[in-house]
Write a protein that binds this ligand. Structure first.
Ligand code: ATP
Length: 138
């Protein structure tokens, strides 16, 4: 089976949606392998978003991700990388499909960053890399 790294971003924690989001993950049948709430360090965020360095939304993205606690989760299940991204919905919460986490719970705050509640790894390679950032002991 496969593992993926999920983040409940600071907007999700702030809005009290952590439990709802975890419940959707479990209802889908994925197992929670590790779970931790923390305030992300700049080093963790720089490692996590290295591919976006230099893009216009990178500075506000890091600022947003450091604006409050986030919840890091390792999930496990058959094809959970693709499956969680499908469950999360597309990046822009305004147009994300109803039935998805972002489509049902996300909204457009008119800011420079999509405050889209969750992150999910997009490939086995990024899952391994991201699990190493947030859970070095795994
Ligand atoms: P997804 O592609 O499903 O959003 P992701 O979270 O990995 O997954 P990325 O494209 O890696 O998305 O971008 C990381 C995050 O940066 C996004 O989730 C969003 O918060 C923000 N972001 C990405 N693209 C933009 C953009 N064009 N404008 C504002 N914020 C963006």
């Amino acid at each position: 089976t496969e593992r993926s790294l999920v983040l409940v971003k600071p907007d999700g924690v702030r809005r009290g949606l952590t439990g709802t989001i975890l419940a959707r993950i479990e209802a889908k049948g994925y197992r929670i392998v590790a779970l931790q709430q923390c305030e992300a360090t700049e080093a963790e965020l720089a490692a996590h978003y290295a591919e976006h360095e230099g893009k216009p939304f990178y500075p506000p993205l890091l600022e947003f991700m450091a604006s409050g606690p986030l919840v890091a989760v390792v999930i496990e299940g058959e094809r959970c990388i693709e499956g969680f991204r499908s469950l999360a919905g597309t990046t822009d919460p305004t147009t994300a499909a109803p039935g998805t986490i972002r489509g049902d719970l996300g909204r457009d705050w008119g800011l420079k960053v999509q405050q889209n509640l969750v992150h999910g790894s997009d490939s086995p390679e990024s899952a391994a890399h991201e699990i190493g950032i947030w859970f070095p002991s795994l």
